[in-house]
Design a protein around this ligand. Structure first.
Ligand code: SF4
Ligand code: SF4
Length: 627
């Protein structure tokens, strides 16, 4: 045995590799991002041949992995929960067509949400797509459920969703990392077999496949009735109160009941869809009242047809939004235990060792990093076009441009361009002549920006699109994009050009400049805007080209520009609010701004940020002779 402490995502990756995954694809998104990198790590360490790729978006990743499954190989795809929306088209169709090699879909949900635009429940999408779901409670269970998912997928020829949530993805647990099984690296003699009646999505055959899918779901439900993934813990027989729980909510419920010193039956459901109806009905029949604990929405509860003695999210016993923290579960359970006449040994949630709420800590809202080139690009846009311009933006680090008042909208991946397109068309009716400047990151442009750009060009929209090209997918951990200079290990891969892509979409004005070169960048923005106003103009694309400071600090290290603030600074706050570098710090008495040298990276980007000229380049320091 070899014990190691693993993240939930690393445990899932280990489960994939030790169970013979051959193709794994993903698009990065918190909380799922570590899974693919860990598959690479485990496959190298365990000597397994696995193709891994960061695909351009979740739909692409899903279909790459699905095709591998149709070729008879075990495959997997990982994404964050909103990524499943992007991949929902093939998800629904793959449920009909079925699979050959085991195919595991891993959408990581984000109850809270901590880093997502919604807290949607992937299990409800699975219910609609008719795809079975496994819902792990711990990293160890997530690892073992990978094997169950592959077996289920191959037995019933269906994609299987393994649905972790943020707290599981980022939980740490000590696991025995000796491989659970020893699959041969040699691929058994499988290859894609032509089967047009299954693999072609013609409507005539869909009805038959739908009937087949419904039958399959009934068989899967019957298998789940017997599955060890579902079990009752606690006392058997009639009870005044019982709990049905799945996912991380089960782990929190278990902890709360232990702390309360209460023994009541708990049905742990590892298979929330399709619901093992007989098993659940048997459990309900034994209890006067049953509390359903699940995240982030009601999926199990929704599938229980008679909810007269059921409490949960649907009747308001549990808050309709947000995570089920141990504190919330403790409080809800406490109320229900009192209602049924059970007195817990410990009535109050244990006080935390450190009362964080009582500490008066300075507010630290998320901000762009010191030296971030996005800040320079936004500052230039604001300088040129002012607060009256409209600034649609997109999903990425640069949504923090909202602090600089250079982001007015963001909705989903690619929407920066489509909203700019729609705003332009609306402006033609309303007579609104404000400039429109959209922003989108390099990874997001490749993910979902091309069809919107084609549409905008084709339908005659006019706006400036600034592609913020920092050479990486920075927000999720510096995964490479198809346009990154430093690419991941795809030996035959080619780097694509953002400028060529924009030109191929029909954009006639495409120019690149570094936002670090303030005068040149602002001049480019002016030319781009003029193009949008010219009789033969249209969409103008500006590529703001500078690497993410955290991913590649070498340009600044090689050419640092130290700055200082002169004694004349009067603390007017303009630089702090308009430029918002975390290294510019207003003194507590408001008298002036100082540079926090522990944070400053000597990028010199704030030299323009004081309109009075009090931020200046620091003279080269006299060399100190060695003693
Ligand atoms: S450096 Fe300039 S802009 Fe910043 S607070 Fe001082 S005077 Fe105001
Ligand atoms: S040089 Fe200016 S912009 Fe750059 S990190 Fe330091 S304070 Fe911030």
């Amino acid at each position: 045995m070899r014990a190691e402490i693993l993240l939930g995502n690393e445990a899932i990756a280990l489960g994939l590799v030790e169970n013979g995954v051959h193709v794994a694809a993903a698009y990065p998104g918190t909380p799922s991002s570590e899974i693919l990198a860990a598959v690479r790590g485990w496959s190298t360490r365990l000597g397994r041949r696995v193709h891994t790729e960061w695909s351009t978006n979740e739909k692409v990743a899903f279909e790459v992995a699905l095709a591998a499954s149709w070729s008879g190989l075990r495959s997997a795809v990982a994404m964050k929960q909103v990524g499943l929306n992007v991949a929902s088209d093939p998800l629904f169709s793959a449920a009909y067509t079925g699979v050959k090699g085991g195919f595991v879909v891993i959408p990581a949900d984000d109850p809270g949400p901590h880093s997502s635009q919604t807290e949607q429940d992937s299990r409800l999408l699975a219910l609609s797509a008719k795809v079975p779901v496994l819902d792990p409670s711990t990293p160890a269970e997530a690892r073992s459920m990978v094997e169950a998912a592959f077996v289920l997928s191959e037995r019933f020829s269906t994609p299987v969703i393994l649905r972790p949530t943020t707290r599981l993805c980022h939980a740490l647990q000590s696991l025995d990392t000796s491989p659970a099984s020893q699959p041969s690296d040699a691929v058994s003699p499988v290859r894609f077999r032509k089967e047009p009646t299954r693999w072609t999505a013609t409507p005539r055959l869909r009805n038959r496949l739908h009937v087949e899918l419904n039958r399959k779901l009934k068989e899967i439900e019957a298998a789940f009735e017997q599955s060890p993934l579902n079990r009752v813990e606690g006392p058997a027989g009639p009870a005044r109160l019982g709990v049905i729980a799945s996912g991380v909510a089960f782990a929190n419920a278990r902890e709360a009941l232990d702390q309360m010193g209460v023994e009541i039956p708990v049905l742990k459901l590892g298979t929330p869809f399709p619901l093992p109806q007989t098993r659940v009905a048997r459990f309900l029949a034994e209890a006067d009242l049953v509390l359903v604990l699940e995240e982030p929405d009601a999926c199990i509860e929704l599938q229980i047809s008679d909810r007269t003695r059921v409490r949960g999210r649907l009747d308001g016993t549990i808050p309709g939004a947000g995570e089920l923290s141990p504190e919330i579960i403790y409080s809800v359970l406490g109320g229900l235990l009192a209602e049924v006449g059970i007195s817990p040994a410990a009535a109050a949630f244990p006080a935390p060792k450190l009362d964080v709420e009582s500490l008066s800590l300075p507010a630290r809202p998320p901000r762009l990093c010191p030296g971030c080139s996005h800040r320079s690009a936004f500052f230039a846009m604001k300088r040129e076009f002012g607060p009256q311009a409209i600034y649609p933006s997109d999903i990425g680090c640069y949504t923090l441009g909202i602090n600089l008042r250079a982001v007015d909208t963001f909705l989903d991946m690619g929407s920066g361009i489509t909203l700019a397109d729609g705003l332009y068309k609306a402006s033609q009716i309303t007579g609104d002549d404000r400039p429109i400047l959209a922003t989108i990151g390099d990874s997001t442009f490749l993910h979902s920006g091309l069809p919107p750009l084609i549409n905008a060009v084709h339908t005659g929209a006019r706006f400036v699109l600034v592609i913020l090209d920092n050479h990486t997918t920075a927000m999720t951990g510096f995964q490479p994009t198809a346009a990154s200079p430093r690419r991941a290990a795809e030996p035959d891969g080619r780097r694509v050009s953002l400028a060529e892509l924009a030109r191929a979409c029909g954009v006639s004005f495409v120019e690149t400049s570094s936002p670090y070169e303030h005068d040149a960048f602002r001049a480019l923005l002016r030319r781009a805007y003029r193009h949008t106003q010219a009789p033969d103009g249209g969409v103008a694309v500006v590529i703001a080209d500078w690497p993410c400071i955290l991913d590649d600090p070498s340009p600044i290290r090689e050419n640092p520009i130290p700055v200082e603030i002169t004694l004349e600074c009067d603390g007017c706050r303009y630089c702090v609010e308009a430029f918002e570098c975390p290294a510019l710090v207003l003194r507590s008495d408001g008298s002036r701004v100082d540079i926090d040298r522990s944070v400053c990276v000597d990028c010199g980007q704030c030299l323009d940020a004081c309109y009075k000229g009090y931020i200046v380049a620091r003279p080269a320091e006299a060399s100190v002779p060695a003693s």
